[in-house]
Design a protein. Structure first.
Length: 262
């Protein structure tokens, strides 16, 4: 993989009109060892509060039926005043297991910037081993317990949550906007194969993760990767600086934090 990055970088450095860089990686989240977001980053998670057992919409790749009964409903409350409901499927069994899962997914939600978290409506947690997916219009995403465990072990859960949250909170209105399409066109290449294959559905989420690490935590990504990103998607990087409001604090108070009561 390194040789591929260096080759791409060399091709760009070699000539002003060099051919477009090849995508750096197959995808942003699981095909590399990069730490874009860490568990030590600023985190706004304040409290997780159990609400009730409810009937709720639990969209699932494996099933046709939309609703489930006896869903564990939690509310994750964040110190910036945002709140996100976490719905855990009753297949979790015991309350303790449901609470563990809700906690595990709430942490990385706390690392999101306020501007994304305030648009995230809720998160659905299923028991099983499928990859996560998001719903842009519904402003939620769905994760599966065994896949979460794998991603925690590989330090990829923060990145997964960020990627899915881009779909849930920024795809509308940005992914289909004239500004984004213009930046794509001006850049030409893509940051990952996944983005290249899905320029409308995945490019914003794939590019945003690289942009987040590079713009918020300069020096965190290896210097060769930073260089390659700046060379491959300069126009998208500039637009993402605005979309992700990089000149503002990551966490911004937008309401009063309720604490753990009630
Ligand atoms: Zn995606």
């Amino acid at each position: 993989m390194w040789s591929r990055i260096l080759a791409a970088t060399a091709a760009i450095v070699g000539g002003a009109t060099a051919a477009l860089a090849e995508p750096l990686y197959p995808n942003s989240v699981v095909s590399n060892e990069l730490e874009f977001i860490t568990t030590r980053d600023e985190n706004a998670l304040g409290c997780l509060v159990f609400q009730d057992r409810v009937r709720a919409e639990m969209p699932d790749k494996r099933r046709e039926e939309l609703f489930a009964d006896d869903v564990f409903q939690f509310q994750a409350r964040f110190t910036d005043g945002t709140q996100v409901d976490i719905y855990v499927h009753p297949d979790a069994g015991e309350m303790q297991r449901a609470e563990e899962l809700a906690n595990e997914i709430s942490r990385p939600i706390g690392a999101l910037p306020t501007l994304m978290r305030q648009k995230l409506r809720h998160v659905v947690v299923h028991i099983g081993d499928e990859t996560a997916f998001a719903e842009d219009r519904g402003r939620f995403f769905t994760v599966y317990s065994d896949n979460m465990a794998t991603r925690i072990e590989n330090h990829d859960l923060e990145e997964t949550v960020f990627h899915e949250s881009v779909h849930a909170t920024l795809d509308l209105p940005w992914a289909d906007s004239a500004e984004w399409k213009q930046a794509q066109k001006a850049d030409g290449g893509f940051i990952t194969d996944y983005a290249a294959r899905n320029p409308q559905g995945e490019d914003l989420a794939e590019s945003a993760l690289f942009a987040w690490a590079l713009l918020r935590y300069p020096g965190r990504l290896p210097v060769e990767v930073e260089e390659a990103v700046r060379t491959a998607i300069p126009n998208r990087l500039e637009l993402l600086e605005q979309i992700l409001k990089v000149d503002e604090p990551i966490q911004q108070p937008i309401g009063s934090y309720q604490g753990c009561n009630g």
